[in-house]
Design a protein. Sequence first.
Length: 362
Amino acid sequence: MSDSPFRDRLAYLRRKLDETDLDGVVISQPENRFYLSGFSGSSGLLLITKNRAAIFVDGRYWEQVGQESPDLELIRQTRTEPYADQLAKVLPGLGRTLGFEAAHITVAQQEDWLQKVPGVEWQPTRQFVETLREVKDESEIQRIRTAARITDGAVRSLASLLEPGMMEDTLSWRLERWMRENGAEEMAFGVSVSSGLNTSKPHAHGGKCPLANNEPVWIDLGAKKDHYCSDMTRAFWFGDAVTERYRAVWELVRQAQEESIAAIRPGVAAAEVDRIARSRIEEAGYGYAFSHALGHGVGLEIHESPSISPLSQSVLTAGMVITIEPGIYLPGWGGVRIEDLLLIREDGVELLSHAEKRLAWE
């Protein structure tokens, strides 16, 4: 294709077709479709074979796909012809064994394809494109770095955004507005602000609880720029009378994060990095309170492969962008999570999150 990253990605995918004995694959997952083609519309099917790259889109996107993916063969979907009917016209002669994305096709769609496209053996694929997306090229890294700078800026602006007594969702909106006014095209996910006892809920979302003086707070936020995401969490005590227990838990989480990041390099198992942070927390007696994976990949999606968890089979590779986010959550007391975004380089780690980790904001 005209844009070399897309051309290279298609070549990589075609080599994978050879390795799996597939004649082609139909891509329906939006981020995978964009990754391979550059087409950013919300609907369409991408058909990749060993010598053909075609996209099925309806009239809403005919002009757009011509601008974003000029080298793709356009197959125009009409209101009277669903995807299955068009696949039936195109697929004969392209191969007998075709893959589809098992996680992104409904049972009804699969049944429709089986019925209307005879002579094709449909093979479910899992993580077929996602594993290609794990290692980022320099253009992707630059976009993620830009998104991370926006997130950094929002956190550094907390002094002007925080007010005692303000509601959690008010701070969420102020952070989102700051990011949008400073370059974010959208949020990578809904900005989460938790305060007081709500901080013991790892996935709490900002609501109508006020940010009271001398209580714990954490914020989880991410920006999206040029389709790529950033992710960061900062926990802090809101006030000037930090309790000794909060200080101890906060410092434990910070140390667990620091020690696990220090172990990251190409060739290290993701599960081993998780073990280092988890062991540190377990030794302090809080293992039961660390209830999620240590981290995850970030790119076109806010959560993507690889997983940094006890069950992960991934081996870390240069070019991966991941989060490291240990946390301790204690119902009836509160919680602490600290999260940074980082890039794995051949010689170690490059931190993409630079906003200060502060024990307290007054």
